[in-house]
Design a protein around this ligand. Structure first.
Ligand code: UDP
Length: 322
């Protein structure tokens, strides 16, 4: 009797492209995708990203890095299942210094990344932002709120680039019937933030660790709500794997004033720093807190890492680097 033929089923690893893959959030996303068995191609021009964030992946058969500006034509010979468009300067100091690159990566870069996803039949996710709400007049911010943005102000280059990116994503979804996702990312912190990117978390931590004055802008009554990076990336992964094409806020609703935040950082680090005040930058949003009802319902997601624990991990990361 003939022996039954043994059938071996080859399960192919999904392939993900992450633009901005050497950045703070991009590199955490790359790590999560690799842990889920994806093959990952990271693209980054290293303007604000750093190879230090992906150095631990060198030699992995599942990881490839391409140094390229995503506003230029993207050619890849391999199949692609998911495109995650994370490339962009993201701190106010960075996008004030790089307003044209910021506008280009949000517009031309999004167009190229969508084009790549269309060509490959891949699902696409745009990393959008709470800045699409501008200086919000609705609190907390729900996805239905259209925002209050000064198009010609100093933050306009970032806010409008991301708003354009959302519009472009929806146009591809409607016109080309593509599978697309939009995540609106609120303030996020954690290891791999650049020490000198000007954002409040690295600024306060490095000032406190060096016992230098902690610089609160304005009276410090403006609020932010900080999400630990691992929580955020998990929420974004769930959104990509969901079937929901409209924007979803991902962030931590734990809101605090910047003055309170400064006091807490001084306390946690055991610093001798005093708190000083500096002028409030133009158009600095006064209040920011995500309404995450949608993420809870659709993705069964909410932040897990308590503020004290997230800060402890972040401070540990910064200690040898200040
Ligand atoms: N901020 C501050 N001191 C600093 C840096 C920032 O008080 O050294 C304030 C800033 O004015 C804003 C908040 O902290 O109200 C968050 O600023 P960040 O640059 O981190 O990001 P944003 O949420 O404004 O995009």
């Amino acid at each position: 009797m003939a022996k039954a033929k043994k059938v071996t089923r080859v399960v192919k690893a999904p392939v993900s492209v992450v633009t901005g893959g050497a950045g703070f959030l991009g590199s955490h996303l790359v790590d999560l995708l690799l842990s889920k068995g994806h093959k990952v191609i990271a693209i980054d021009n290293l303007v604000t990203g750093s190879v230090d964030n992906i150095a631990h992946l060198a030699g992995s058969n599942y990881f490839r890095f391409i140094q390229q500006d995503v506003t230029e034509f993207l050619f890849l010979d391999s199949p692609v299942d998911y495109v995650w468009h994370f490339a962009s300067p993201a701190s106010p100091v960075d996008y004030l210094e790089l307003p044209i690159q910021t506008l280009k990566v949000g517009s031309l870069g999004t167009h190229k990344a969508l084009g790549l996803a269309k060509e490959k039949g891949a699902r696409f996710l745009i990393a959008s932002t709470s800045e699409t709400y501008g200086d919000p007049l609705v609190h907390p911010q729900t996805e239905e709120y259209w925002g209050n943005v000064n198009t010609i102000g100093p933050r306009g280059c970032y806010d409008e680039a991301k708003r354009f990116a959302e519009a472009m994503t929806m146009a591809y979804h409607r016109q080309h019937k593509m599978e697309t996702r939009i995540v609106r990312i609120f303030n996020t912190y954690g290891p791999r933030m650049r020490l000198r990117d000007g954002r409040v978390v690295p600024a306060f931590i490095s000032q406190a660790l060096k016992n230098r004055p902690v610089t609160v802008f304005g009276e410090g009554q403006q609020t932010r709500s900080f999400c630990y990076c691992a929580d955020l990336i998990e929420g974004i992964y769930r959104l990509m794997m969901s079937d929901y094409p409209l924007p979803v806020n991902i962030g931590n609703p734990h809101e605090m004033t910047m003055l309170d935040f400064a006091r807490q950082i001084v306390k946690i680090t055991g610093s001798k720093s005093r708190i000083i005040h500096k002028p409030l930058p133009q158009d600095d949003p006064k209040q920011r807190r995500p309404d995450i009802t949608k993420a809870k319902q659709l993705l069964k997601w909410e932040p897990q890492v308590p503020f004290a624990e997230g800060m402890r991990r972040t401070i540990e990361y910064f200690k040898p680097r200040v």
